[in-house]
Design a protein around this ligand. Sequence first.
Ligand SMILES: *Cc1c(COP(=O)(O)O)cnc(C)c1O
Length: 399
Amino acid sequence: MKKQFIPYSSQHITDEDIQAVIETLKSDYLTQGPKIAEFENAFAKYIGSSYAVSVANGTAALHLCALALDVKEGDKVITSPITFAASANCVRYCGGEIVFGDIDLQTYLLDVNSVKSLLESSPSGTYKGIIPIDFGGRAVNLEVFRELADEYNLWIIEDACHAPGGYFTNSDNQKQNCGNGNYAELAVFSFHPVKHIASGEGGMITTNDERLYKKLLQLRTHGIVKSDKDFTNSIEFAGGEESYPGWYMEMQLLGFNYRLTDFQAALGLSQLGRADEGLIKRRSIAKTYEDAFNGQSYIKGQSGVIEGHAYHLYILEVEDRLGLYNYLRQNNIFSQIHYIPCHLMPYYRQFGWKEGDRLHSEKYYKHCLSLPMYPTLSYEEQEFVINKVKEFYNEVRNK
Ligand SMILES: *Cc1c(COP(=O)(O)O)cnc(C)c1O
């Protein structure tokens, strides 16, 4: 069925995806079955991490990361204002405090220098961690963040929700995939339909740290352990004689039910098989936008064609952003804004954040607009979008 409008992002569901879900629905397991481990193993392999833990959504992934790293009341953590609120909220769920850095206006990513100034201007031990975001699909250079984190004894959670398949090149000239665990303790991904890989709702945590991996598995399912070697109560208490009885389990941590279902895992797994194909299409769409708008007087900035960029978003900074947004909307093109600076959300204003606190982020917000970007966007649809943008600046606004 043809869409009534062109969204900024959209999932791509094939007959094979549907078949994979149907097979799982007919199997013995709707949840806690074999598709979970299958998806996790395939995902870890794709990203290049040692471990992957699937969860109910990207926000649950962030929450579990904060819990696994023991974020507590009063702990301070630094993130970017230009992100989906969940990147910051996960620290608040644990009673910690969020301190926003600022973005680099060239890359739109958390500026390592803004983080450095925060760290330098506080007594040592003030901060516990950093949450950089591979915003829009552009990979953060985690090597430089790692150096800083080591100097100040901080952990890193990489929010890679926009960037499965993205990478940066390190100082040894080696490609480092987003979420591969070489620089960050933990990384998170989302499988919401606007993201690269869709499972309806869904998320994944990747890591190379075995201790964190085990803790995440436990936290994902109520903090329960089921293996004899992990028990702390006595065999006698448990009701056994020589060993623990078959039914015995222990809840040792205050965990949650953040599990993914097997039919979601089946969908994610099937989608993962086409992830590289999708990336190629995204990069080609980015190139077409780049060529179309490069050098136009109404463009104040654009995503550019960047090696290793996973292109979750294609962002323009434009004159008269409101006018363009409304004109595109009249033409059934639903562009979007990523993001309203998080520190100026009413929830975060209550902690004292106000306009003027993070100038780069606020300046970026005034002009940014995300154009349609998804693998099934046809060449004709993209031409239509490009023509409407040009029409707005060359004809409509000049009348
Ligand atoms: C989508 C997203 C999340 C949250 O993922 P959900 O699956 O929607 O909970 C977190 N961070 C970023 C940067 C995201 O884009």
